[in-house]
Design a protein around this ligand. Structure first.
Ligand code: NAD
Length: 373
C-alpha cells in the first residue's frame, strides 16, 4: 500500500509545515471518489465562506474529495447544461429547478440538488422524485436572524427610521409631517405561520407587551405558553394592528395578502413579510397603502425578485413597474432578501450544505426532502 498525504490527493503544498494535512499521513483508501458540485448564483460572500469549509471537509474525509465549481449565473433551462458531468448542484433562493431543468440535470448525471437555504418553493419535488434526484436543504440555520430582521423592519416602518435618518443627515431636525409612529405595546399582533422563525418572532414581540394572535395549520405550545391565541386568518386580518407573514410559499399560502382580503384589514395595519414574496399580491399591497388601509409595509422579499435581487442594478433601468412602485413608496421599507444574512447563519448554511454533500456521497439519505413527497 502506498502511503500518501492529503497534499498528494489535492495537489496542496507539501512544504508548508503548518498545514494540517502534513500532521498525519493517510493510507490511500481503496477508492477515493471525487464528488463534483456546480454551485449556481454564487456571490463573493458565499464563495469566501464555502472555500475554507470545503478545504476542511477534504482534510477530514478519506474516501471522498469534494470539488466545488462556482458560477454567478442562476440555474434555469439555459444554464442547466453547466452541470453536465457533476454529481450535485448547489442552489440558492432564486435558482429555478423546474421539471424541465430537473430532467436536463438528470440527463447530465446530476443526482443531488442541495439547496443552501430553507425554502424549496422553486424546486419541483415531484419531478425530482420522478427523475431520481435527491433534494436537501438547510432547514434551520438561524431562525433568530430572520425573526430579528422582521422586528427591525417593523421598527423602521413604524418609527420612520429610514425617513428620519435621511432628514437628520440633511440637518432638518423637525418632527413635522410623516414621522409619527404608534406604541407597539398594547397592540394586536398577528403572526401567520408559527414554525421555527414564527415562534422566535412571537417570543421577541411578546416582550413589547402585545396581544398575540396566531394562525397556523398546527398549534405551537411555545406560542400558547407566551399567551398567544390561535384564531382564524380572517380574525387576524380584522383585528390586528401589525401582521407578520412567516409561512412558507405554497399553493395554499400564495397571495395570502390579496385584493379580496384588503377590505377585511384593520385600518392602519402594518404588514411585515420576511418569508417569500409570493405571499403578497404586490399590486394589492400598493393599493392598500394608497387607500390608507395599510399604513406601511416592511418587506425583505418580493414576488418577482428573481431577476433583480443579489445583483447591482444601480446603473440599469428596472423594467418591472411594480418593483419601481415599491422602491418609490416611502411607506414601504424594503431589503433585498437579507433577513438571513448574519455571520452565524452563513456559517451554519455552509456547514450544513457541506454535511449534506458528505452524507449523500456516503449514501446516507435520511434527510432528503424527496422522501416526503
Ligand atoms: P417552518 O417550516 O419551521 O415553519 C413554517 C410554518 O408555516 C409551520 O409551522 C407550518 O405549519 C406553517 N404553515 C405551512 N402551511 C401553512 C398554511 N397553509 N397556513 C398556515 N401556516 C402554514 O419554516 P421557518 O424556518 O419558520 O421559515 C418560514 C419561511 O421563512 C420559509 O419557508 C422561508 O420561505 C422563509 N425564510 C426567509 C428567509 C429570508 O432570508 N428572508 C430566511 C429563511 C427562511
Amino acid at each position: 500500500e502506498t502511503k500518501i498525504t492529503r497534499a498528494t490527493l489535492h495537489g496542496g503544498k507539501r512544504d508548508d509545515p503548518t498545514a494540517s494535512y502534513l500532521r498525519k499521513s493517510y493510507k490511500r483508501p481503496e477508492h477515493v471518489d471525487v464528488f463534483k458540485v456546480m454551485c449556481y448564483d454564487t456571490t463573493s460572500w458565499m464563495k469566501e465562506n464555502f472555500e475554507p469549509q470545503v478545504k476542511k471537509f477534504n482534510e477530514t474525509h478519506e474516501h471522498v474529495v469534494l470539488k466545488v465549481e462556482y458560477t454567478q449565473d442562476r440555474l434555469d433551462i439555459n444554464t442547466a447544461s453547466y452541470a453536465v458531468g457533476y454529481d450535485a448542484v448547489c442552489l440558492f433562493v432564486n435558482d429555478t429547478a423546474s421539471a424541465e431543468v430537473i430532467q436536463t440535470l438528470s440527463m447530465g448525471g446530476v443526482g443531488l440538488i442541495a439547496m443552501r437555504c430553507a425554502g424549496f418553493d422553486r424546486v419541483d419535488l415531484i419531478a425530482a422524485k420522478t427523475f431520481g434526484l435527491s433534494v436537501t436543504r438547510v432547514p434551520a440555520y438561524s431562525p433568530y436572524a430572520v425573526a430579528e430582521h422582521a422586528i427591525a423592519l417593523l421598527m423602521c416602518v413604524n418609527r420612520k427610521i429610514h425617513a428620519a435618518n435621511t432628514r437628520v443627515k440633511m440637518s432638518n431636525f423637525t418632527l413635522d409631517s410623516g414621522l409619527l409612529g404608534i406604541d407597539v405595546h398594547g397592540k394586536n399582533v398577528g403572526v401567520l405561520g408559527t414554525g421555527k422563525i414564527g415562534q422566535i418572532l412571537c417570543r421577541i414581540v411578546s416582550g413589547f407587551g402585545v396581544n398575540l394572535l396566531a394562525y397556523d395549520v398546527f398549534d405551537s405550545d411555545e406560542v400558547k405558553s407566551l399567551g398567544g391565541k390561535y384564531v382564524s386568518k380572517e380574525e387576524i386580518f380584522k383585528t390586528c394592528d401589525i401582521i407578520f407573514l412567516m409561512m412558507p410559499l405554497l399553493p395554499a399560502t400564495q397571495h395570502t395578502i390579496n385584493y379580496e382580503m384588503l377590505p377585511l384589514l384593520k385600518k392602519g395595519v402594518i404588514i411585515i413579510n420576511t418569508s417569500r414574496g409570493g405571499l403578497i399580491e404586490t399590486t394589492a399591497l400598493l393599493d392598500g397603502i394608497k387607500s390608507g388601509i395599510i399604513s406601511g409595509a416592511g418587506i425583505d422579499v418580493y414576488e418577482n425578485e428573481g431577476e433583480y435581487f443579489f445583483q447591482d442594478w444601480s446603473a440599469r433601468n428596472i423594467g418591472d413597474p411594480t418593483l419601481v412602485a415599491l422602491l418609490g413608496n416611502n411607506k414601504v421599507v424594503m431589503t433585498a432578501h437579507q433577513a438571513f444574512f448574519t455571520r452565524e447563519a452563513i456559517e451554519k448554511i455552509v456547514s450544513t450544505t457541506i454535511e449534506n454533500f458528505g452524507e449523500y456521497s456516503e449514501g446516507l439519505r435520511g434527510n432528503e426532502l424527496t422522501n416526503h413527497v
